[in-house]
Write a protein that binds this ligand. Sequence first.
Ligand code: 4NP
Length: 156
Amino acid sequence: MISILFVCLGNICRSPMAEGIFLKILEREHVLNRFEVDSAGLLDYHEGELADSRMRFHASKRGYNLIHRSRPVVKADLDKFDWIIGMDDQNIRGLKQLASTAQLSKIHKMTDFCIEINADLVPDPYYDGDQGFENVINLLEDACEGLYKAIIAGKL
Ligand code: 4NP
């Protein structure tokens, strides 16, 4: 079993979207049973909530059904998951503060796996309009394909 945790700040926009996209890739590749995928946030403000309604609206337009409920990341996650993927440098710093030295190598930035799009973060769309949410999905679709390829190739 390969386990992946996507992490952002609130766990209501970027990381549940990444989780939904990655799950769809696993479904397409018929390998869902080989992976455990989850998402979490560095903040607990939205604990128990579904993804932001704007994120779910834009996701549904591309065929993604986001059913995850927000939860905060906990230290045990750093032990449990094989790969922990943050969305920006602030997420990476927060995750590194929770990690032991041995766990640091599990932490990666989502955009490091982009194939087509040149970006160094997945921007927080919370205060943006429609285009911000579309941009997040574009970035995450590209980066999730790259992440899947990297895992399958044993590059991580
Ligand atoms: P996310 O976006 O990290 O992509 O889920 C955010 C949503 C809410 C907040 C921050 C980021 N917030 O501070 O409430």
